[in-house]
Design a protein around this ligand. Structure first.
Ligand SMILES: Nc1ncnc2c1ncn2[C@@H]1O[C@H](COP(=O)(O)OP(=O)(O)OP(=O)(O)O)[C@@H](O)[C@H]1O
Length: 333
């Protein structure tokens, strides 16, 4: 696979103070369905942000609004620091659905056609550079699109998004439908693309580990609501966790969070159903019990939790955010 052409400067030097994207109260109705509900998201410049959420949570809707394909019902957003999006959209590349190109044309001719359609001059240097960048150089260049594998088609789709050297890339589930090897290749490609100076990327995914492997920021969207966002740090998992139940888990969760505990509903708990999971240091169960007792809440059941349920990981953040959404009754209207 060809590498991304980058100069000596580091990404950090290019990281602008101006975020790549700022949305304020972004809302989109489809009839009675609220696909997106007052989403206020910040994507720092120069980052690769993973937009996580279960099926139907609003990821495609958000990306489609940012790409200028559909309008929000309410709210607004700045793209590359600009509220007037036309200029910023010229610096934005997107791959929102599967690439639908011409099956009887080669990869090279397909890319050249898209270059023409999107207003670029015929620039074969750019076409060949992009084919190399996404790993479609060599014999792949002249393969007909209809004879390409799903992974190759996806690469060509990404190449179309890269036309015009965009500063911002919007990729909707770029690894969906690929075999494991193809997934790894596309993830590596996205990481490489994200290393280009000043470039920001949002990729949606419903795979936690994919976002962990590929991205440096995350945002979690649940039933149209943004429930968490932040940087992805490689913090080691906490030493321990405890699972507990009370007569009012919703109130107990609020109390624990107020007391500074990292706690969530344990949605993997198929036995106790919606018990709580609290991140603790070994032997600190008594502190949790003490803090709950302050609110007159007494755990009916406390037990050590499996290590995979630790809440410091992205999985923990996801379960906590989705758990909060469920506890708070986040709904699609
Ligand atoms: N054009 C449309 N007309 C009606 N409802 C729509 C339309 N587009 C999306 N929706 C609804 O909006 C909600 C969010 O859909 P969206 O496709 O944005 O979610 P998603 O997170 O991208 O899901 P997936 O991972 O399955 O692609 C869903 O309830 C969906 O049915």
């Amino acid at each position: 696979m060809g590498g991304v052409v980058a100069d000596d400067r580091t990404t950090t030097e290019f990281t602008s103070e101006i975020p790549a994207i700022v949305t304020q109260g972004l809302t989109r109705q489809f009839g009675r369905v609220t696909a997106l509900n007052k989403v206020s998201l910040v994507v720092p410049s120069g980052t690769v942000l993973g937009l996580l959420g279960p099926n139907g949570s609003g990821k495609t809707t958000l990306l489609s609004i940012l790409a200028g394909f559909i309008a929000p019902t309410a709210g607004n957003f700045q793209l590359l620091g600009q509220s007037d999006h036309s200029e910023a959209l010229a610096r934005t590349g997107s791959l929102i659905s599967r690439p639908l190109l011409w099956p009887h044309l080669t990869c090279r001719d397909n890319l050249r056609c898209v270059q023409g359609i999107t207003g670029g001059e015929s620039d074969m240097d750019e076409v060949d550079r992009l084919l190399a960048e996404v790993g479609l150089d060599g014999s792949a260049t002249n393969r007909k699109f209809g004879q390409c594998s799903t992974g190759m088609r996806q690469r060509l789709g990404i190449a179309t998004a890269l036309l015009g050297k965009p500063d911002l890339l919007l990729l909707d589930e770029p690894t969906t439908g690929l075999d494991p090897e193809g997934m790894v290749e596309i993830r590596n490609l996205i990481r490489e693309l994200g290393n280009a100076p000043g470039r920001s990327i949002i990729m949606s995914s419903h795979l936690l580990h994919e976002v962990e492997l590929t991205c440096d920021h995350y945002a979690i969207i649940f039933r149209g609501n943004l429930v968490d966002q932040g940087p992805l740090t490689n913090t080691p998992p906490p030493a321990s966790a405890v699972q507990l139940n009370t007569t009012d888990n919703k109130r107990a969760l609020d109390c624990l969070v107020n007391k500074g505990w990292t706690a969530s509903t344990n949605s993997r708990d198929t036995v106790q159903h919606q018990s709580l999971l609290v991140e603790i240091q070994p032997g600190a169960e008594w502190k949790v019990a003490r803090d709950l007792a302050e609110f007159g809440i007494y755990p009916s059941d406390m037990r050590p939790s499996e290590p995979t349920r630790f809440t410091g990981s992205l999985e923990g953040k996801y379960l906590a955010a989705v758990g909060r959404g469920e506890v708070e009754g986040v709904q699609q209207e």
